[in-house]
Design a protein around this ligand. Structure first.
Ligand code: COA
Length: 176
C-alpha cells in the first residue's frame, strides 16, 4: 500500500529488505549523509541490511521508501523513537537518489510523512532535529507549520566536534 495525497506525485510505501541496494547508492556519500551524526564510518551492505531488518521488525520505528509516480525509489522517510503512550515520534527524511534533491521533492515528502504519521499512525505529535547549519531542513519545517522548540546545545558529537541541534515539532491540532 502506497500512501499519497492530492497535490503530489510522490508516495510513501513500507521499506523492504530489497531496498538495501537503493540505499547503498547513497549511504556512504558524504554529500548526502553529512547531516547524520552516526554516520562516521563506511557502512557495508551486510550492516545496512541488518539495520533494515531490525527497523522493519521494530515496534518503535516505521520506515518508508519515498517513491515517484512510477514507483521509482527516491529515498527513505521514517518515523522513529515512537512513544506510543504519548503518541509522538521523530521524523527523518533523506532523498538519496541521484538528482532528487533541490527540486521541491523534500518538502512534498515531508508533508506526506507528517500526514501519514498523524493519520495512519494516529500520532499526536511529530518532531525532528537538524544541525543548526541545515538551513534547508529549517526552511522546510517552518514552511510546513512546525514550531521551533529550541536549540539542543552540543547535542551531537560528529567529525571531531560538538554540534548544536535545532528541534521542531508539529501537533495534530496545528494548522497544516
Ligand atoms: C533535506 C532534504 C530532504 C530536503 O529535500 P530537497 O528536495 O532537497 O528540498 P526542497 O527542494 O523540497 O526544499 C528546499 C527548500 O529549502 C530552501 N532552501 C534551500 N537551501 C536553503 C538555504 N541554504 N537556506 C534557506 N532555505 C534554503 C529552498 O528554497 C526550498 O524552499 P522553497 O520550496 O520554499 O523554495 C534533502 O536535501 C536531503 O535528503 N538532504 C540530505 C539528508 C538530510 O539533510 N536530511 C535531513 C536531516 S534532518
Amino acid at each position: 500500500m502506497t500512501f499519497t495525497m492530492p497535490g503530489t506525485e510522490l508516495g510513501l510505501r513500507p521499506i523492504r529488505p530489497e531496498d538495501v541496494d537503493h540505499i547503498m547508492q547513497w549511504i556512504n556519500d558524504p554529500a548526502v549523509t553529512r547531516n547524520f551524526a552516526h554516520m562516521s564510518a563506511q557502512i557495508t551492505r551486510e550492516q545496512e541490511l541488518a539495520w533494515l531488518e531490525h527497523v522493519i521488525a521494530s515496534d518503535t520505528d516505521r520506515l518508508y521508501a519515498v517513491v515517484d509516480a512510477d514507483g521509482a525509489y527516491l529515498g527513505n522517510a521514517g518515523v522513529h523513537k515512537i512513544y506510543w503512550p504519548a503518541r509522538n515520534g521523530r521524523l527523518g527524511l533523506v532523498l538519496g537518489a541521484a538528482g532528487a534533491r533541490g527540486r521541491g521533492l523534500g518538502t512534498q515528502a515531508m508533508r506526506l510523512l507528517v500526514e501519514l504519521a498523524l493519520t495512519e499512525l494516529n500520532l499526536h505529535k511529530v518532531w525532528l532535529v537538524h544541525y543548526r547549519s541545515n538551513e534547508r531542513m529549517a526552511h522546510i519545517a517552518a514552511k510546513l507549520g512546525f514550531t521551533q522548540e529550541g536549540v539542543l546545545r552540543d547535542e551531537y558529537f560528529h567529525a571531531g566536534g560538538f554540534h548544536d541541534m535545532v528541534r521542531w515539532s508539529l501537533l495534530e491540532q496545528d494548522p497544516r
